[in-house]
Design a protein around this ligand. Structure first.
Ligand SMILES: *Cc1c(COP(=O)(O)O)cnc(C)c1O
Length: 359
């Protein structure tokens, strides 16, 4: 449907030949910053690199800790490791699945510099609590907004609710490019200037390499695609919310539970996740009916082999561990029809059974 417009945008870049740090990238950065209600947006090669560059710009390095939830995509924590720092993992709040600020408060230790909530599945973390905690403890606030383009917390879009936010434009995200991409969004002029330089070999002015060098730019071609798609993001999020509403309605009274949606948030449903007993059984029976589902995420970060050196073990994050064994992501995508959503919801309802009853 958008193909002719995207083709034209790509042709424009090819005509100009400005593939690196070109005009469409500049334009997209301005438009995305405005969309997020923030001063700066800086295109990066991925969401992971946006997190990493932003933390480096804040001065996070060896010996520093960053509080971040264990129930997230691995990149939230890997980005901390890339700076030389160490992720200090936190359990999820069992109703919303977002960071449990009370638990963060218990786990904080000497050398902690920042807290990184993840707006998981497209629902903003409880940012008033996060900011209050961060202020009391002198921590920077980093939003991992990689699943939450366009989500709102108390009427404000995510991206401008902390020191900086990271977005991913991986193709399946709510706003996706034709390949990898990301952006860092911030109101902080200093952070913006540092990240702009670092993503481009640390250059501040031609041949003046003042800062650590990364090659983490967003391609102009990807920015051209994203400019066209950004204009449709609100409508796409509205469609996702409509699918979620149909699922909510059908699953009401079934034994499948969903994360609580906060009334003061605008949830953009990157994923629609349920919890059910016999998750694997439900999943394979749905597959038999041709309904594909996902797991986000079956192994919490504290049990991933790449972080075994941190010494975490089973049982240390009970809410996240319980969820990891029971969660199932139902299909949700732009262009999904009401019939498709109802068909899936009906199948899940039958397989999960009534609340309190036997399936
Ligand atoms: C996708 C994602 C990332 C990483 O983004 P990439 O562009 O794939 O590097 C980080 N955090 C979360 C929560 C994500 O979903």
């Amino acid at each position: 449907m958008l193909r002719p417009q995207i083709r034209a945008a790509l042709e424009g870049v090819i005509g100009r030949g400005d593939f690196i740090l070109g005009e469409a990238l500049n334009d997209f950065e301005k438009e995305f910053a405005r969309y997020c209600g923030s001063k700066h947006a800086i295109g990066t090669s991925s969401g992971l690199s946006a997190l990493e560059l932003g933390m480096s710009a804040l001065g996070i390095s060896r010996g520093d800790y960053v509080l971040t939830p264990t129930n997230s995509f691995i990149a939230s924590s890997s980005s901390v490791s890339f700076t030389g720092g160490t992720p200090l993992l936190v359990d999820m709040e069992p109703e919303t699945y977002n960071i449990d600020v009370g638990d963060a408060e218990k786990r904080i230790r000497e050398g902690t510099k920042a807290v990184m909530p993840v707006h998981l599945y497209g629902q903003p973390a409880e940012m008033d609590q996060v900011r209050d905690f961060a202020e009391r403890c002198g921590l920077a606030v980093i939003e991992d907004a990689c699943q939450a383009h366009g989500a709102e917390y108390r009427g404000r879009r995510v991206g401008a609710l902390g020191d900086f936010a990271a977005f991913s434009f991986y193709p399946t995200k709510n706003l996706g490019a034709f390949g990898d991409g990301g952006a860092l969004v911030t109101n902080d002029d200093e952070v913006a200037a540092r990240v702009r330089a670092m993503r481009d070999y640390g250059q501040q002015g031609k041949h003046n390499h003042a800062l650590p060098a990364f090659n983490s730019r967003l391609d102009t071609l990807q920015a051209a695609v994203l400019r066209v798609k950004l204009r449709h993001l609100d409508e796409w999020n509205r469609q996702r919310r409509e699918t979620a509403r149909i699922y909510d309605e059908w699953l009401e009274g079934s034994s499948a539970t969903t994360p609580r949606s906060l009334p003061h948030c605008y949830h953009v449903y990157h994923q629609y996740v349920i919890q059910t007993e016999d998750r694997d059984g439900v999943r394979s029976r749905l597959a038999e009916q041709g309904i594909g589902t996902g797991l986000h995420y079956p192994v919490p970060i504290h049990l991933q082999p790449c972080f075994s050196h941190l010494g975490y073990g089973k049982g240390q994050f009970p809410a996240a561990e319980r969820a990891a064994a029971r969660i199932l992501s139902l299909p949700i995508y732009v262009g999904m029809t009401e019939e498709e959503a109802e068909h899936t919801a009906r199948a899940v309802r039958e397989l999960a059974g009534a609340r309190g009853g036997k399936p």
